[in-house]
Design a protein. Sequence first.
Length: 382
Amino acid sequence: MYKHAYLSNIALLTLVLFIVTVLLPVFYPCHAADFLSSYQILKEDYAEVVDRIIAGGTDESNIEAFLADLENTVSDYGTLTEENFDSIMYQSFQEVLMWRKHRPVLNALLTSFGDEIDYTEENGVLHPSLMPIHDAIMEALLGSDDAPPAEDPPGPGTEPNPPGGGGGGVLPPKKDEPVLPPQIETPPVMPASHMFTDISGHWAEDLIAQAYQKGLVEGMTPSQFAPQEPVTRAQFAAMILRSLGQQPGAGGEGRFEDVAPSAWYNGVVNRAAELGIIEGYSPNYFGPEDPITREQAGVIISRALLYSGQGVLPGETQANALLNTLSDQGLISDWARLGVAFCLSNGIMSGRDAGLFAPREYTTRAEAAAVILKEHAVSTAK
């Protein structure tokens, strides 16, 4: 399950968090105090849920910081109304979850509630174990007097709710009888131009939007993707790791002298190198901030697909035939020829212009999003 958790479940987790909020009456505006109050209610009334989140690898300060930033992001969109509630809350959850500073909260939720998220995805209904989060938010926003009345205590011969079993008065199911939480609808997909203001009308607008919503790429800021800027080797390593469902390593001292233990990409680069997907210029020099070239990206993509057991490796004759269609194939480095041919034969990369691959040109962030999206589709194909 965890091979795909960090990828498809990022978007799904956004959906789950969105769901537990939009189940509330939408005419109640949300403020920081409300979100923080919901966390206090969780700690008081559903301690096992909070303990489970923290056990996933985060702490209370991270959770509170996430809630504060969530409120600020919501407020940036203006006043919540019944008409805009769904789109604003969904977009805000998605933006804040993808900030690097909140990665501990994201990872903790994915780790602690992976089974529940899979259940929600497969059945189209909210898992009962997620209901305490819903109940806490409802109580914080509406107050205990407006929350749904508790059911009568169980009579003789019945069993009370187990800890963390769903809250909201949901009794445990009978044997072989599933609990059916409220039906939910998929939230609307936000237009790409709403996520990033600098990609509207760009050739890769839809591809960037899809890659972002799948959790494969991040913006340079919450509103700027910088599609024409070169992508760095460290950024591309992060993208490829996400596409494979692999989480960064623990960090610390690694094989590359120019990858500082304190750098955000330390665990990313070292994990990708450990898997054999990416290499340095030398055994101890990686160049994390260098822009990645198109031939370097092609080689990394080919290794990632071969790692996942997908894609068809062309033979030497087929590879040469593919490369001979490129008028600049003589510029492709010897070490990159098979990797580039692999990407061409599997439809992952193409030339920038007819007959031109531009192997030593820098890969733009838009191009990176496009090829990562294609690579992810192939690597996760069944």
